[in-house]
Design a protein around this ligand. Structure first.
Ligand code: 5GP
Ligand code: ZN
Length: 131
């Protein structure tokens, strides 16, 4: 039983490492497991984890495992990875029973991490100026 679990975790780690296409990118490091994060959702093409500096009670980052630079900088070949962000958002909205939420992408000088990510934010008070 334990061996099975260890084998499963090793396989997952190897897969994630494969996705780490930019070794200097913090989100690639989270994807590969090099930097630890509390992963709240994972699917074939995406992971999601809480923002380190939340602007609301719920602030989750939904990130493609593939290093795609921005919401306006993706290729046709990345379509499924981008679509997967929305699939993950739906799962998280349902899982957290969110009845009011916002999905956002930053770009240009507003984007601080150059690895595509969707912000899922919800809560009575949202400090938008920090996003
Ligand atoms: P952006 O401004 O690029 O749209 O948002 C990047 C977000 O990533 C910020 O809200 C920031 O707090 C978050 N962030 C940056 N580094 C880390 C990290 O190492 N871990 C986590 N969980 N979030 C991070
Ligand atoms: Zn990256």
């Amino acid at each position: 039983m334990v061996l099975k679990k260890v084998k499963f975790l090793a396989k997952e780690a190897a897969l994630r490492l494969k996705y780490m296409t930019n070794k200097d990118c913090i989100f690639c490091k989270i994807v590969s497991g090099e930097v630890r994060s509390n992963i709240v959702y994972e699917a074939k093409r995406v992971i999601a984890f809480p923002d380190i500096n939340p602007i609301a009670a719920t602030h989750i980052l939904i990130v493609p495992k593939k290093h795609i630079e921005s919401a306006v900088g993706f290729q046709k070949a990345d379509t499924e990875d981008v679509m997967a962000l929305f699939g993950a958002a739906k799962k998280l909205v349902d899982k957290n029973s969110l009845d009011a939420y916002r999905l956002a992408f930053n770009g240009g000088k507003f984007q601080h991490v150059p690895h595509l990510h969707m912000h899922l934010v919800a809560g009575k008070k949202i400090e938008w100026s920090k996003l």
